[in-house]
Design a protein around this ligand. Structure first.
Ligand code: HEM
Length: 247
């Protein structure tokens, strides 16, 4: 896969911003947080992510998105990983995640590996953050230093996942205000959206635009997508969508 889109490169710096911004990440995070308590933490996570991405290259994109969807709801606290219980309404079943967010099992596998050598030490929120960075570098994208020491939430917010995560049909002003509410500028939003240089999306999310002959979409891009995407809903399933066919 080649990552030619410059905006994707900008996500490196912005991910740091995303994680350190006003999203409840005020603790003293440090890149050496596990140096004494779990010296192999970063290597263990990297090995898990490398295996996952070599099994399925798209997983790199899915893990980056999973981290984003975690951070936008209650901060980067792994709340997205919590399953439904008597007291928790899971974020997994919120519309932006249901049938769409992927990679939960990969984070779980990495956590399982870490538990073998450092039981109860490394937070899932940190694993998500490191996994996103490792996923990016493994597919030729940018790298960045991940500050560590996040704590995992014991609560999730299905409601916030539905209200705060950006929707595919949101108007621009809503997207801008949604990011502003997280301490991120319009410029940050545009750069972070460069993450869409890799990964896939379901046809129904963009079919109208590629068949609309609108002027707000590159004609060549639209015609390539039309070749890959049927006009009807019959290709709505998992495989009927592509932004970058080679992730
Ligand atoms: C600006 C607002 C954004 C909107 C409206 C948006 C919307 C979407 C939608 C609708 C999909 C396709 C989901 C599906 O088909 O199931 C998607 C995929 C994706 N998004 Fe975003 N997104 C936004 C921002 C971001 C940000 C900030 C990142 C990360 C920094 C990101 C990373 C990704 C990635 C990597 C994928 C592909 C995932 C995969 O292939 O599994 N998105 N996004």
């Amino acid at each position: 896969m080649s990552i030619s889109n410059n905006s994707f490169a900008a996500i490196a710096a912005l991910f740091s911003l995303l994680l350190l911004s006003s999203m409840q990440c005020h603790a003293q995070l440090s890149s050496t947080f596990y140096e004494r308590t779990c010296p192999n933490a970063l290597t263990t996570i990297r090995t898990s992510i490398r295996q996952a991405v070599s099994r399925e290259r798209r997983m790199a994109a899915s893990l980056i998105r999973l981290h984003f969807h975690d951070c936008f709801v209650q901060g980067c606290d792994a709340s997205i990983l919590l399953d439904e219980t008597a007291t928790i309404v899971s974020e997994k079943t919120a519309l932006p995640n249901l049938g769409s967010a992927r990679g939960y099992g990969i984070i779980e596998d990495a956590k399982t590996e870490l538990e073998k050598t450092c039981p109860g030490v490394v937070s899932c929120a940190d694993i998500l953050a490191v996994a996103a960075r490792d996923a990016s570098t493994l597919v030729g994208g940018p790298s960045w230093t991940v500050k560590l020491g996040r704590r995992d939430s014991t609560t999730a917010s299905h409601t916030l996942a539905e209200t705060d995560l950006p929707g595919p049909f949101d108007p621009l002003d809503r997207l801008i205000s949604g990011f502003a509410n997280k301490g991120l500028s319009t410029r940050d939003m545009v750069a972070l959206s460069g993450a869409h240089s890799i990964g896939q999306a379901q046809c129904f999310l963009f079919r109208d635009r590629i068949y609309s002959n609108g002027t707000d979409i590159d004609a060549g891009f639209a015609s390539t997508r039309r070749r890959e995407t049927g006009r009807t809903n019959k290709m709505q399933g998992k495989s009927g969508f592509v932004w970058n066919p080679n992730p």
